[in-house]
Design a protein around this ligand. Structure first.
Ligand code: PEP
Ligand code: MN
Length: 266
């Protein structure tokens, strides 16, 4: 179902009225984690003014250490909904457990499946039952074939609205958090009709890498970007080191829109 050979045109996925894929760019921005209403509200207003069309924020966080901030859970989800209604940006947030499938289906515009759950096949099968589109991030060490097969699991279960997200892979290099695989964009474009976006924040792990890698991704034909933005990165509860301040995000989107004009996307 994901195979380009049987579906020559690019798929355009509708996320609560925001089109993604084909000629349409998804500009997803927001904090790594939902921390408070004020925090998400301030960031959402800023990124929307810069041109973002979708708001991200983690309520359930997959943290390496059990002692790290785990997210606000359902309270975080309610904060995202409150900000969506006030600011008018559809929300993207990660689902980790099938226990919350119904509540995510009711409240979340684009359901994110994180890198660590890319091959959680039972979870993927259950996503066939939801009406919402899915953002499927690439696993830490997933090949293109494995990643597409994970999309296929969701599609074969009944939900064909899948967007792929390259977020860097594990390599021998440890200076950066992961290694951004820019080649995944033209390769996936050839293998599948599904939209492919890039998350340069988790790829590099450093805020100063985001600008160049975001521009390179759009130049390589990405259908969008997912970027972490925080109003006070020094005090962020998660991923402050890779988060842009709203001002830097604004500068970046100015350049990105010019590059996108060249690749024929808006
Ligand atoms: C995230 O986007 O919040 C996240 C945890 O990313 P990844 O699953 O790619 O590590
Ligand atoms: Mn993060």
């Amino acid at each position: 179902l994901a195979n380009r050979a049987f579906h020559p045109e690019d798929s355009v996925i509708d996320v609560s009225g925001v089109k993604v894929g084909g000629g349409y760019l998804a500009m997803i921005a927001g904090p790594c984690s939902v921390e408070s209403v004020d925090q998400v509200m301030e960031i959402a207003k800023a990124v929307k003014a810069s041109g973002a069309n979708l708001l991200r924020g983690g309520a359930f966080k997959p943290r390496t250490s059990p002692y790290s901030f785990q997210g606000l859970g359902l309270k975080g989800l309610d904060i995202l909904c409150e900000v969506r209604d006030a600011v008018g940006l559809p929300i993207v947030t990660e689902l980790m457990s099938p226990d919350y499938l119904d509540i995510f289906n009711e409240k979340v515009d684009l359901i994110q499946i994180g890198a660590r759950n890319m091959q959680n096949f039972d979870l993927l099968k259950q996503l066939g039952q939801v009406d919402r589109p899915i953002l499927l991030k690439r696993g830490l060490n997933a090949t293109y074939e494995e990643w597409i097969m994970s999309a296929e699991y969701i599609m074969a279960s009944g939900n064909e609205n899948v967007i792929l997200c390259e977020r860097g892979i594990r390599t021998f290099e440890t200076y950066t958090r992961n290694t951004l695989d820019l080649q995944s964009i033209p390769v996936l474009r050839r293998l599948t009709h599904l939209p492919i976006i890039v998350d340069p924040s988790h790829a590099g792990g450093k805020w100063w890498l985001v600008d160049s890698m975001a521009k390179a991704s759009v130049a390589a034909g990405a259908d969008g970007l997912m970027i972490e933005v925080h109003n006070n990165p020094e005090c962020a509860l998660c991923d402050g080191a890779q988060s842009l301040k709203p001002r830097k995000y604004d500068d970046l989107l100015r350049d990105v829109s010019q590059i996108a004009a060249v690749t024929g996307k808006t």
